[in-house]
Design a protein around this ligand. Structure first.
Ligand SMILES: [Zn+2]
Length: 212
């Protein structure tokens, strides 16, 4: 694949990690008419700002490897790319096991991954799974791993806006909120992360031994 790998403080930097040299653009927001409905939009919007489900995406500049990596925040385009194409979030190699067709997911929490679980954590390849567990601060309190047969797109994590004012919803307190494709809120959301739904779950008790 030829994707450059970076390390920082002895840890592998995940492909999807945010770098301090990257910037979030703040285009002017306005209300647009789209498919006969009003929605939030950019003043200088292009087709590249929308995904295949009409979600509007945040604009992050590309500067992977510039500055310092932040392990606690992800780059929207790289996260989305790994999710939709089944790439490993650490090395950007294929995350699908060629023998079984399944993908490995590692998610935060102490309850086993259940059928239909929605997640914004992209898959990992078997070789990178131990690195993922060690380098991701979100997983340090506890995590669950499973092989998954299918992971169709479900929606996004994003910032929801108030239609009249085009300001973020105060009750969300700046947090990213899960919005399903087809939900009317999607038209007033700026997406930061792709979410998928996990189907055909086979739990993996100990991912640390996988690469051995
Ligand atoms: Zn990998």
């Amino acid at each position: 694949m030829g994707t450059q790998q970076y390390t920082q403080d002895g840890l592998t930097v995940p492909y999807i990690a945010w770098w301090t040299g990257e910037r979030e653009a703040r285009p002017r927001l306005l209300i647009r008419r789209h498919r006969r409905l009003s929605r939030i939009g950019y003043a200088d919007e292009s087709l590249h700002d929308l995904d295949g489900w009409d979600a509007l995406w945040v604009r992050h500049s590309l500067g992977r490897g510039v500055g310092r990596a932040r392990f606690d925040w992800v780059h929207a385009m790289r996260q989305r790319q790994t999710m939709l194409h089944g790439y490993c979030q650490i090395c950007r190699g294929p995350a699908t096991d060629p023998r079984t067709g399944r993908q490995l997911y590692v998610v935060r929490g102490d309850k086993p991954i259940e059928e239909g679980r929605v997640t914004s954590a992209p898959p990992v390849c078997t070789g990178c799974a131990p690195d993922a567990v060690r380098s991701c601060p979100r997983l340090s309190p506890g995590y669950q791993a499973a092989y998954v047969e299918a992971a169709p797109a479900w929606g996004v994590f994003g910032i929801r806006y108030v239609p009249n004012t085009i300001k973020p919803r105060p009750q969300d307190k700046g947090r990213l909120v899960a919005v399903e494709y087809g939900d009317p809120d999607l038209r007033w959301t700026i997406a930061y992360r792709q979410c998928v739904r996990l189907h055909g779950i086979t739990p993996v008790p100990d991912v640390l031994t996988l690469a051995a």
